[in-house]
Design a binder for this molecule. Structure first.
Ligand SMILES: [Zn+2]
Length: 356
């Protein structure tokens, strides 16, 4: 069983047996034997493997029950199999730690994901999606204000959100999958916050729209529309921009981006979808954005990436209630114990200052 774990970590690191052999100084033959459970690595070898594969030693002893189902990649056209298994390996490892924590906590504070009540059962046009998004906002009691922490908002409702660094540099925004029946969304850890939030809302859109779309509607386009409508309700967009505009100032869009965590490009799409910009005006905006090279990287200060807090919070909760010790907490957070102790101390000193 330790064999499967070594193999899983090796795949997650994107290494061949030979490459792992080179990094550890153990022969490829020996690694093959470990992976097939024909030989058991010594503690020295385990340490070398853990360093080469960037996992903690306890990773090898964990029993994996996690299977990712219905994996769907966003913007994936030509990702190699190697990259894909690297991503999946990383996600499975994160899910495992999540489930481990859920088992430790006596009552799971995270509810099971269910769709909100009262969703329109049939979506006949893209405009119908506004209503679906509004239902989510209403049932989830989000009001019409900007959603500050989208990651935590989704996690509290039973969608597991993971940030992964292994996607970075690939033409890739994220993926959606299921573990047991719980939806899982993974986004690139290093993308600007507005990109991450759009991916999260887009994937939520897929969950929301599944089985509701009329045949003539494109599912990707529909999920995009949902993302826009969920992040900036139509009423708010009109309140911010007005009913009809001929041009939107980039500096105006930049302010709105930071208020709503919604990209400048997103605002242009939103304004076209809602008829605030007519076709001609929208084309003018896009020409301007393209001419300035703002389509891939938007100008000005970038929106900071999302910072999920829930998992960390629950680990410290378990620690405070003596359900786990330092070393288990460090394992759950996938960090060396020394680093964990620093983290714990910093949080304690912040607490003290806050209380004074
Ligand atoms: Zn999609």
């Amino acid at each position: 069983m330790i064999g499967e774990r070594i193999k899983q970590a090796r795949k997650a690191a994107g290494l061949s047996m030979r490459q792992l052999a080179e990094k550890t100084g153990v022969s490829a033959m020996a690694i093959s034997k470990y992976e097939h459970n024909k030989n058991t690595p010594s503690s020295t070898v385990l340490l070398a493997l853990s360093q080469a594969l960037d996992v903690r030693v306890d990773y090898f002893f964990r029993q994996s029950k996690v299977v990712l189902r219905d994996v769907e990649y966003r913007k994936h056209p030509k990702l190699s199999k190697k990259i894909l298994s690297k991503i999946e390996g990383d996600v499975i490892e994160q899910v495992e730690r999540y489930l481990m924590l859920e088992e430790i906590l006596p009552t799971n504070p995270i509810s099971r994901f269910t769709l909100p009540k009262g969703l329109k059962s049939r979506v006949e046009s893209y405009d119908d999606i506004e209503d679906i998004a509004n239902t989510f906002r209403r049932e989830w009691k989000l009001g019409c204000n900007p959603v500050p922490d989208l990651t935590d908002t989704l996690e509290e409702r039973g969608i597991k959100v993971f940030l992964s660094g292994v996607l970075h540099g690939e033409k890739f925004d994220g993926l959606a999958a299921k573990v047991d029946d719980a939806p899982v969304i993974v986004v690139d850890k290093y993308k600007p916050g507005d990109r991450q939030r759009f991916t999260l809302a887009h994937e939520l859109g897929h969950l929301a729209l599944q089985g509701r779309l009329a045949d003539n509607l494109d599912e990707e386009k529909a999920a995009h529309r949902f993302a826009g409508a969920f992040l900036v309700p139509a009423k708010e967009a009109i309140k911010e921009l007005g009913k009809s505009r001929s041009w939107l100032e980039p500096a105006e869009l930049h302010v709105l981006k930071h208020t709503y965590g919604f990209s400048m490009r997103g605002w242009i799409y939103r304004a076209s979808d809602l008829g605030i910009l007519n076709r001609h005006a929208a084309r003018k905006m896009w020409d301007y954005f393209r001419a300035n090279n703002w389509v891939e990287t938007e100008p000005g200060e970038q929106l900071p990436p999302e910072q999920p807090k829930l998992f960390k919070q629950l680990v410290f909760h378990a620690l405070a209630e003596d359900l786990i010790g330092d070393s288990k907490a460090a394992e759950l957070l996938a960090m060396p114990i020394v680093e964990f102790r620093k983290l714990r101390m910093v949080e304690a000193s912040e607490q003290t200052t806050a209380n004074q």
